[in-house]
Design a protein around this ligand. Structure first.
Ligand code: FAD
Length: 346
């Protein structure tokens, strides 16, 4: 679960952030939304779309369905699931889409020192956050060790040839899980659709990943709210204007369950094979693409507040973090993130 990012609207408007109620739209906005990939998508377009709202919805859902059939570990017949079921080390021909996500996953994974690891699926499933059922007791050391043997970024190889892309694994039962990247990739593709159609004012979101460009119908920048890590929906922590960038938030406090008195988070540390337990509860990343932002947010979430800040400084990333402190929370942002900040609530 990602802490939902939402576009700025009067229902999340807070005077503490120094904003005004949204004025009535000067230009109409087309809006379509619906379920996808175990989460939701939403698209807003200022002005007209060729073919109107039904065509917009149709084209958006076609793209989302295509990506779902490529990247899902929840669909046994997806392209990724077929690779996971391929119990051999011989190369498998894959689509350019799947190759793109794997390459970005490996790149960001290496830059986080393996904290974001797209081969962590066996551990994700063991802890009950993939397509498998939740465990009824804490997995044993042996189960965790066995699952860890099936992971490792260095065991996955993607090759792009002049005519085709292929992927292969060093061990037959390596299992790739792109859940952490799929939303960002899908948001980028929806943004690409808008560009192809000549739309220059839009906001698209898939789960917690979002891309916007231009002004909204009121002639104001689209404003994206980062939510407070509380159970209250629409409690705003900060507002940003990401014009032309991708943004993604990873949160550890909502997608969890309790087992034997322990809180089990959906973010797994590949080093230990255990769900994270540190006090970093929310990481938001703004990057040139939502795919890149979606990879970094999980990697930084795994690293924890101190190591994550070090990596953010070294890499010059635009990042906002919320860390639990006593009964409350404290926040931290990089200088690169500050350039996008519109308002922040203490
Ligand atoms: P993020 O913080 O972005 O990522 C966390 C997720 O990544 C974890 O839930 C886990 O899956 C994985 N992960 C954990 N630790 C690591 C790590 N160290 N490195 C890398 N990855 C890690 N859900 C359903 O319930 N039903 C569906 O049918 C369904 N279909 C999907 C289809 C696609 C194509 C995709 C991409 C996802 C689908 N999901 C589905 C999953 C769901 O919607 C979320 O995408 C998923 O739970 C990731 O959550 P997040 O983006 O909220 O969290």
């Amino acid at each position: 679960y990602e802490i939902p990012l939402c576009d700025w609207s009067s229902d999340v408007c807070s005077s503490d952030l120094g904003c005004k109620e949204a004025p009535s739209s000067a230009l109409p906005e087309l809006k379509v939304s619906g379920p996808t990939m175990g989460t939701h998508y939403a698209v807003k377009v200022v002005g007209d779309y060729p073919g109107g709202e039904p065509q917009l919805q149709h084209e958006v859902e076609q793209i989302l369905q295509r990506i779902d059939h490529q990247l899902s570990t929840y669909k046994p017949d997806s392209e990724l699931s077929r690779f996971n079921q391929h119990q051999a080390t011989t190369p498998v021909e894959i689509s350019q889409d799947l190759a793109d996500v794997l390459i970005e996953g490996l790149r960001v994974g290496k830059m986080t020192g393996g904290a974001m690891d797209i081969t962590v699926g066996p551990l994700v499933n063991l802890w009950g956050f993939g397509p498998d059922k939740r465990p009824t007791k804490i997995p044993s050391e042996q189960q965790i060790a066995a699952a860890r043997l099936r992971t490792g970024l260095d065991k996955l190889h993607v090759e792009i040839g002049s005519e085709k892309a292929t992927v292969r694994k060093d061990i037959p039962d390596l299992y790739v899980d792109l859940s952490t990247l799929g939303e960002g990739y899908a948001a980028d593709h929806l943004a690409r659709l808008m560009e192809q159609e000549g739309i220059s004012r839009y906001l698209v979101s898939v789960g917690g990943a979002l891309v916007s460009r231009g002004m909204n119908g009121d002639g104001q920048p689209w404003r994206v709210a980062i939510q407070k890590p509380t159970d209250r929906e629409n409690a705003v922590q900060a507002i940003v204007d990401i014009n032309g960038h991708g943004i993604s938030t990873s949160g550890s406090y909502r997608n969890y369950y309790e087992l034997d008195g322990k809180r089990i988070s959906h973010v797994i540390d590949p080093q230990t094979g255990q769900p994270i337990t540190h006090k970093l509860v929310s990481v938001t990343v703004i990057a040139p693409t939502a795919l890149e932002a979606d990879g970094w947010d999980t990697g930084l979430m795994v690293l924890g507040p101190e190591k994550a800040q070090q990596v953010v400084r070294e890499q010059g990333l635009a990042v906002y973090m919320i860390v639990k402190e006593g009964e409350g929370f404290k926040t931290w942002m990089s200088p690169q993130f500050r350039t996008f900040l519109v308002g922040e609530k203490n």
